[in-house]
Write a protein that binds this ligand. Structure first.
Ligand code: FES
Ligand SMILES: [Fe+2]
Length: 384
């Protein structure tokens, strides 16, 4: 087996640390390793509740090659299952659908309830005999993947061994508890994807920092300058940035979108942008929020799934349609401006003499916090 690049300088303190070595961005072997030690071992985002709005809605997703099925049950809860039939391993649901009755395998028609229980096994005991004493239906339900929904993001812990979501993310839950209220998806214009030629970690790293604002987002920087930002760093859990000068979008008559209820003064002009490790990027502002789920397709390709949310129901407030689409357009432009840097950093990591880089001791704390966390997760995995 090829020796791995050492990670000692990555878990060093900020002022002297290096970033993760190139192999963490360009080597499919290390990608496969991080799939287990970083993404399957923690709470990773795989989708949004808004995509399964009603009971019976089922949506297949692939997460790092793993076929998953997201299902909205009749009690409103969301379950995630391995999308593989317990009989001969057929993929159960191939495209988003509404389940009426049961989840029926297209191969031999074994049927499962929305809660994953195996319900019927036609002719399993021979023609006309739908049971067999050796096929114990109670043991053959769909494999449930541990999941948790927060801020409409569906998180899964594939290996089932992480501490509870509320425990892992207690600090962010507390920090943003004022925003713990109903989120309304903004409709069609508020939902978009970016297919980016980069390793998923570079999208996290770029999101964490405000250092690049003056050069990559000159428009944003004209009113939200470097000095109006602060770093957010919680070792082992999340990092990002906050701004002190968030300005609400106004239409030509000066109207603004309604705020989330009961926010404290801090949020009048404050907004925060946080990467929740490993792969979910979140933003909160007084009148809207967003969530980005990074789908690592392969070592050098990532799909960013972006959703904007509001305090008010889009279907009942057409008067704000224009502001919602304008807001989406502005964010899309900002996220788009970041594409060339995450793709450029990816290309840069094919430079064989790159040593992971160095950090600004003042500006890059949130980014280094993430590197440190990834390196410790990988080391934990290597230690077994
Ligand atoms: S593989 Fe699903 S019923 Fe046979
Ligand atoms: Fe950016």
């Amino acid at each position: 087996m090829k020796a791995h690049a050492p990670l000692g300088s990555v878990v060093a303190t900020l002022n002297i640390a290096n970033g993760l070595p190139n192999e963490h961005y360009v080597d499919p072997g290390v990608f496969a390793e991080e799939k287990r030690s970083v993404l399957f071992a923690n709470w990773s985002g795989v989708g949004f509740g808004k995509d399964v709005p009603e009971a019976g809605d089922a949506r297949p997703v692939e997460f790092l090659g793993m076929p998953l099925l997201i299902v909205r049950d009749r009690d409103g809860s969301i379950g995630v299952f391995q999308n593989t039939c317990r009989h001969r391993g057929m993929i159960l649901v191939a495209a988003p659908t509404k389940i009426r009755g049961a989840i029926r395998c297209p191969y031999h028609s074994w049927c499962y309830g929305l809660n994953g229980e195996l319900r019927t096994t036609p002719h399993v005991g021979g023609p006309g005999r739908n049971t067999h004493p050796d096929v114990n239906m109670a043991e053959l339900g769909l494999i449930r993947i541990r999941s948790h929904v927060w801020r409409d993001v569906i998180f899964v812990n594939v290996d089932g061994r992480a501490p509870a979501f509320e425990e892992v993310h207690a600090e962010l839950l507390e920090r943003w508890k004022e925003f713990d209220q109903e989120l309304h998806p903004g409709g069609e214009t508020s939902s978009f994807k970016l297919d980016v030629k980069t390793n998923w970690k570079l999208a996290v790293e770029n999101y964490c920092e405000s250092y690049h604002l003056p050069w990559v987002h000159p428009g944003l920087n004209s009113y939200s300058r470097l000095e109006d930002h602060y770093n957010i760093e919680v070792p082992g859990h999340f990092s990002g940035q906050g701004t002190l000068v968030y300005r609400q979008l106004k239409d030509e008559d000066g109207a603004v979108m309604p705020d989330f209820a009961g926010l404290s003064e801090k949020w009048n002009e404050g907004a925060e942008y946080v990467a929740l490790y490993p792969n979910v990027l979140l933003g909160v502002q007084r009148d809207h929020a967003f969530a980005i789920v990074l789908e690592p397709v392969d070592c050098e390709r990532t799909i960013e799934h972006i959703e904007l949310y509001y305090a008010i129901d889009a279907a009942k407030t057409p008067e704000f349609d224009k502001l919602r689409s304008e807001n989406a357009r502005l964010w899309m432009a900002v996220f788009d401006e970041d594409v060339f840097v995450v793709e450029g950093m990816q290309k840069g990591r094919h430079g064989e003499f790159f040593d992971g880089g160095r950090f600004s001791p003042v500006m890059d704390g949130p980014t280094q916090n993430f590197h440190h966390w990834v390196a410790s997760q990988v080391e934990k995995g290597r230690a077994g």
